[in-house]
Write a protein that binds this ligand. Structure first.
Ligand SMILES: *[C@@H]1O[C@H](CO)[C@@H](O)[C@H](O)[C@H]1NC(C)=O
Ligand SMILES: *[C@@H]1O[C@H](CO)[C@@H](O)[C@H](O)[C@H]1NC(C)=O
Length: 212
């Protein structure tokens, strides 16, 4: 059963490059089916990774993006992320999905924030400090969640997000653009927070790639 679902999901993902198919899927109660699958198999890594990819693809259409959150996906996304937080692949797909859902949508962002998505983002960043892909997609999600509504910044600052982003900035030069963009959208002073690494005098945001 899980294998069939996985294949189905992959096929749907490929079909979704066509925007009109996206609307058809939503009209045909496709969202209800995806939600049913996610709530029935909350711990299946393969299925949920595909579901996250599918939702992300659907979110490329503004109408679908709004419908996903109106169909109460926020708590489903949260519980699937919680159930799979140890699996980097699934968590990255989930963070990617969250960032697509809140891109240019303060309504979706507010719903996801009120559901507790900032808390799980911070949990994932703390659990996987050495995973570049987690730190990068978390930065994207944070940025999109706050960029259209500065009143949402505080929840992230209170969770210690600035310190986590600065730690990631020191560690991963190759994603410094993504992390700095998140810091800037959190109204943090990026320039002032840059420190000397003490390694050959390179700035943390500089060109030495072999610090770790
Ligand atoms: C994480 O989930 C993927 C499926 O998305 C699976 O292939 C992989 O084995 C899992 N990794 C771990 C460490 O459990
Ligand atoms: C912006 O964020 C505040 C604080 O969470 C919230 O009360 C308000 O409804 C949000 N605005 C929109 C357009 O979602």
């Amino acid at each position: 059963m899980e294998i069939i679902l996985n294949d189905l999901m992959l096929t749907l993902c490929m079909l979704l490059v066509r925007a009109e198919f996206c609307k058809q899927l939503v009209d045909a109660k496709g969202l209800e089916t995806i939600k049913h699958i996610m709530t029935t198999y909350p711990s299946s890594e393969k299925i949920n990774r595909q579901c996250f990819k599918l939702l992300k693809a659907l979110a490329g259409n503004d109408h679908c993006k709004a419908l996903i959150i109106q169909n109460e996906f926020a708590p489903v996304i949260l519980s699937v992320l919680q159930a799979n937080k140890k699996n980097v692949t699934v968590a990255v797909a989930g963070l990617h999905c969250v960032s697509a859902l809140c891109l240019r949508s303060p309504e979706n962002s507010n719903a996801l924030i009120n559901t507790g998505i900032p808390e799980i983002i911070v949990v994932l960043m703390r659990m996987h400090p050495n995973e570049n892909s987690i730190q990068k997609t978390a930065s994207w999600a944070i940025r999109n969640l706050v960029s259209r509504n500065k009143s949402e910044i505080n929840v992230f600052l209170e969770l210690g997000t600035e310190e986590l982003l600065l730690a990631a900035l020191k560690k991963f030069q190759d994603i410094s653009y993504d992390i700095k963009a998140a810091l800037r959208d959190l109204n943090c002073n990026v320039q002032l927070k840059e420190e000397w690494t003490g390694k050959g005098g390179a700035l943390t945001t500089g060109y030495l790639k072999d610090n770790n």
